[in-house]
Design a protein. Structure first.
Ligand code: NAD
Ligand code: TDX
Length: 353
């Protein structure tokens, strides 16, 4: 469908910036409106390469601001919303759950209600509200080979995953109650360029570079399922255009790693790229107090997405990790810019520096 006008919320964040870039480049006939509050995690630097494109507009706004969302959807005749804006870091949710309930739950509700108000008036035809969620809503798996499927019962444990679970339920409720054309996807851990360096992979790449301790929670036994961020963005594009209304799709790379094994790969790769001898930085591994309520294992079964829409991850993990390591090592200025100010203070208090 040509000439669509799409809001992408959270477009200045990690995954959102990849989705905005993909849509702006691939769909010159669409109008892409990036709605972002620019919290500590949102950086317009992530989108420097496309900021002057004629099919792109940035709007600094809070999704909790119902009147602003309503006016934007109405004035711009928006027909699609891809909703990524959220508070996304589990450790922060443990310290400050209210902010997560506000943005993730009330913000999503405000956006849904604004879209409903406009779209009920103009008709549901051709409209789409696509909500981006996480595998963490399914809870924790044991080491038994089982995977999260679309039918897996929700069992969130952290304030972050509880807030995402709640927002997922609101999205489905808007379909079931009002007939809003919605889609929800639940994705595994993403990695790649432009991820805020509080998350495991970018934080540890930077620490290895400067030979700072690597704070491994617990024994490093927890397992996560990792997907390269551009593969997630491709899945979002496909599902936005071809996914079935009211469906849920799991997105993941069938790529499980125990944290400690992943950290060893990171050390090896950074040392290789920097020309340091193998094993030079192994002693940076520092076991620290475990995260409260730390989910043992996440693993996504994305076979529905493959069989119904033909999506598969394009990148092998070793290749993706090396690409990611090189990007962070080459983009020190980006790292310095996004970690100045507020984040520095938070990081210092978190690790008692
Ligand atoms: P991020 O923290 O990097 O970016 C979030 C963006 O949302 C930022 O640009 C921020 O400024 C913006 N934002 C926050 N509160 C806002 C508000 N009230 N109004 C408007 N904008 C606001 O997050 P991310 O890692 O890119 O995650 C994006 C989405 O994908 C989230 O919904 C997250 O739950 C989901 N997700 C993330 C992962 C992952 O591994 N990172 C995996 C699965 C799902
Ligand atoms: O310093 C650390 N030490 C450590 O051992 C950090 C930051 C993390 N960890 C562990 C905790 C997790 O088991 O590494 C694993 C990955 O941690 P994060 O990068 O914080 O990601 P996670 O908690 O798994 O959540 C991520 O994936 C799902 C994203 O932050 C979420 O937004 C997404 O929904």
């Amino acid at each position: 469908m040509a000439n669509r006008t799409i809001i992408i919320t959270g477009g200045a964040g990690f995954i959102g910036s990849h989705v905005v870039r993909l849509f702006v480049n691939k769909y010159p006939d669409y109008r892409i409106i990036n709605v972002d509050k620019l919290t500590y995690a949102g950086n317009l630097e992530n989108l420097k390469d496309i900021e002057n494109r004629p099919n792109y507009r940035f709007v600094k706004a809070d999704i909790c601001d119902f009147d602003a969302m309503l006016a934007l959807i109405k004035d711009e005749k928006v027909d699609g919303i891809i909703h990524l804006a959220a508070e996304s870091h589990v450790d922060r949710s443990i310290k400050d759950p209210f902010t997560f309930a506000r943005t993730n739950v009330l913000g999503t509700l405000s956006l849904l209600q604004a879209a409903r108000t406009c779209w009920e008036e103009s008709g549901w035809e051709g409209k789409r509200f696509y909500h981006i969620s996480t595998d963490e809503v399914y809870g924790a798996l044991q080491f038994d080979g089982k995977l999260f499927r679309e039918e897996t019962k929700y069992d969130p444990h952290s304030p972050y995953s509880a807030s995402k679970a709640s927002s997922d339920h609101f999205v489905r409720a808007f379909h079931d109650t009002y007939g809003m054309p919605t889609i929800v996807t639940n994705c595994s851990n993403n990695y790649g360029p432009y991820q805020f360096p509080e998350k495991l992979i970018p934080l540890f790449i930077n620490n290895i570079r400067y030979r700072k301790p690597l704070p491994v929670y617990g024994k490093g036994e927890n397992v996560r399922d990792w997907l390269y961020v551009e593969d997630h963005a491709r899945a979002i594009d496909l599902i936005f255009h071809k996914g079935k209304i009211a469906e849920t799709y799991n997105i993941g790379g069938f790529n499980e790693w125990k944290n400690i094994d992943l950290i060893k790969v990171l050390i090896k790769t950074v040392d290789k790229v920097l020309g340091r001898p193998e094993g030079a930085d192994d002693d940076l591994i520092t076991f620290v107090q475990d995260r409260a309520g730390h989910d043992l294992r996440y693993a996504i079964d994305s076979s529905k997405l493959k069989s119904e829409l033909g999506w598969e991850p394009s990148l092998q993990f070793e290749e993706g990790i090396e690409k990611t390591v090189r990007w962070y090592l080459d983009n020190q200025e980006w790292l310095d810019n996004v970690t100045s100010g507020d984040y520095q203070n938070y990081y210092k208090s978190m690790y008692k520096l």
